[in-house]
Write a protein that binds this ligand. Structure first.
Ligand SMILES: CC(C)(COP(=O)(O)OP(=O)(O)OC[C@H]1O[C@@H](n2cnc3c(N)ncnc32)[C@H](O)[C@@H]1OP(=O)(O)O)[C@@H](O)C(=O)NCCC(=O)NCCSC(=O)/C(=C/c1ccccc1)CC(=O)O
Length: 256
C-alpha cells in the first residue's frame, strides 16, 4: 500500500493512498503506517497529525480482504512479539485528526475512533461491517464505538453491519463537523494549525487528562488533571503565554 507522509507548519499529514482499493490496509501499508506513527510520535517538530485517504470515495475500508492471509505462525506468538497491528502505534499524546473523506469501514472506522477529532465530508459513510465478513471489529471498535455514540446506535451498527451516513454521524456525535468534499482538507488544516499554534505540552496534557481520565473514577480523574496542571505550572511556555497575553502579542511556544 502507498501511504504518503509530509509535514507542513508543525502538522504531519498521513494519506492512505490506494484509492482503487478504497484505501484498504494491506500488509505493506501496515508496516509503513507503523513507521510513520513512530515518526509523528518522536519528531518534536510535529505537534499534530491529520489522517486521511486519497481520492474522493474512501477514507479506509479496513483490512484488504483480498491480500490478507492468515500467517503460518500462531496468533499467540505473533501477538506477544508484535502486539496489535494498528491502534498501539496511534497511542500518543499528540492529537490526531481523522479527516474522513468517504467510506470509513471496519478497521478504517476503528482507526478513526482512535483519533481525537473526527471531521468528515458530506459523502462519508461509516460502518463496522466485520460481522458480515465473519470477523470482529477487534482493534477497538466493539469498545470505542459504544463509548463514542449512543449505545443503541452503536449496537445496531455492530450487530447488523449497517452503515450510517455523514448526517447521521454528525447527529449522533461520531464526527464534530461535516464539510463539502472540496473543503474538508482545508477544515482539517485549519483545526490542525490552530492546535499546533497552542502550547504543545498543554495540548498533550489536555489529551492525556481527557483520555486517561475517561478510564478513572471522576474524583481520581480530577486529581490527576490537577497534577498534570502542576507539571505545566513552571514551564517556559506558560510564562510565555501569560507574558504574551499581558503584552497583547501572539505567544511563541517552544514545547518547554
Ligand atoms: C466500501 C464499499 C461499500 C464500496 O462499494 P462500491 O460498490 O462503491 O465499490 P467496490 O467496487 O466494492 O470497491 C472498489 C474496489 O475496491 C475494492 N475494495 C474495497 N474495500 C476493500 C477491502 N476492504 N479489501 C479489499 N478490496 C477492497 C473492491 O474489491 C473493488 O476492487 P475491484 O473489484 O475494482 O478490483 C465496498 O467496497 C465494501 O463493502 N468494501 C468492504 C468493506 C469491509 O467489509 N471492510 C471490513 C474489512 S474487515 C476489517 O477491517 C477487520 C479489521 C481488523 C480487526 C481486528 C484486527 C485486525 C483488523 C477485520 C479483519 O481483518 O478480520
Amino acid at each position: 500500500m502507498g501511504v504518503d507522509f509530509r509535514t507542513e507548519n508543525n502538522v504531519g499529514y498521513i494519506t492512505l493512498n490506494r484509492p482503487d482499493a478504497m484505501n484498504a490496509l494491506d500488509p505493506e501499508g501496515l508496516v509503513r503506517l507503523a513507521e510513520i506513527w513512530g515518526e509523528v510520535k518522536t519528531n518534536p517538530d510535529i505537534r499534530v497529525a491529520v489522517l486521511t485517504g486519497a481520492g474522493e470515495k474512501a477514507f479506509c475500508t479496513g483490512t484488504d480482504m483480498k491480500k490478507s492471509k492468515v500467517p503460518d505462525e500462531c496468533m499467540a506468538a505473533l501477538y506477544y512479539r508484535e502486539g496489535q497491528p494498528i491502534i498501539p502505534h496511534m497511542k500518543m499524546w499528540k492529537p490526531i485528526i481523522a479527516c474522513i473523506n468517504g467510506y470509513a469501514i471496519g478497521g478504517g472506522l476503528e482507526m478513526a475512533l482512535a483519533c481525537d477529532l473526527r471531521i468528515c465530508s458530506t459523502t462519508a459513510k461509516f460502518g463496522l461491517t466485520e460481522t458480515k465478513v465473519a470477523s470482529l471489529a477487534g482493534l477497538n471498535g466493539t469498545q470505542c464505538l459504544p463509548r463514542a455514540i449512543p449505545q443503541a446506535v452503536a449496537m445496531k451498527m455492530l450487530l447488523t453491519g449497517e452503515m450510517i451516513d455523514a448526517a447521521e454521524a454528525h447527529r449522533v456525535g461520531l464526527v464534530s463537523d461535516v464539510a463539502e468534499p472540496d473543503q474538508l482538507l482545508d477544515l482539517a488544516r485549519k483545526y490542525a494549525e490552530k492546535i499546533a499554534g497552542n502550547a504543545p505540552l498543554s495540548v498533550m496534557a489536555a489529551k492525556q487528562a481527557a483520555v486517561m481520565g475517561m478510564d478513572m473514577p471522576l474524583s481520581h480523574a480530577i486529581d490527576f488533571s490537577y497534577l498534570l496542571w502542576g507539571i505545566l505550572r513552571d514551564t517556559e511556555d506558560r510564562k510565555e503565554g501569560f507574558t504574551a497575553f499581558a503584552e497583547k502579542r501572539a505567544p511563541q511556544y517552544r514545547g518547554r
